[in-house]
Design a protein around this ligand. Sequence first.
Ligand code: ZN
Length: 261
Amino acid sequence: MIRLACSMLAGLARLLRPEAKVLRMSESKDENQSPRAVPKGRAKPRSGGRNSVYPIPVDRLISELNRLPGIGRRSAERLAFHLLKSPKDDALALAAAITDLKQAVRHCAICFNLTDTEACAICDDGRRERNKVLVIEQPKDLLAIEQTGMYRGLYHVLMGRLSPLDGVEPVDLTIASLLGRIGDPSKNAGGEAVTEIILGLNPTLEGDGTAMYLHDLLSEKTDADGRLRVSRLARGLPSGGSLEFANKAVLADAIAGRQRM
Ligand code: ZN
């Protein structure tokens, strides 16, 4: 019985061995030829292991451009080849502009707008109404409001909005600096006291939440000395628009924010 079992085991081992050998052979074949790694018609990897036909500097530029928002691989290649063809001075001027941007541009010490000096051009402008501060999310919002030419006060850029789901809390925004400006006139541009805060956050769920948070925070200050006025930008129907084409949210805001005539 024991002898029979031993011979069965030996037979099984003989049966398995050739299969194992075939498997090892096929694996080594895959390793040498890698039929899936390099499909027909595509460039073979270089000796350095890169799967590209371009020189390393071209590849590097393409992958850097590809990381920019809205720039896909094809667009990145097109831009890289455009730069290769353009005069050397033009390409170097672009490189110098990027270097200057990262070395010279920073946030204004008072309002967090972009600047290349200590205080931005708006905070520095003595003709502006320095008692008014319009609170916005990003420096690009400031640009949009400036283009209307309707506002002559100062700004405060929050550098984002509260978003508990993404882990953005009050300490991640410039709220403490805003409160500092309100509480201490020497921290505001021109040393002038802030008497009006206008909340200009985006009309989104998170923007509204941030505006509510700031409103509650600032209301406490209003109660304490009674001099701070807090308002928010009006919403509703745009001039020249018509009711039938306005979306539901715009109409709802227009009704909620109706004005006495
Ligand atoms: Zn500023």
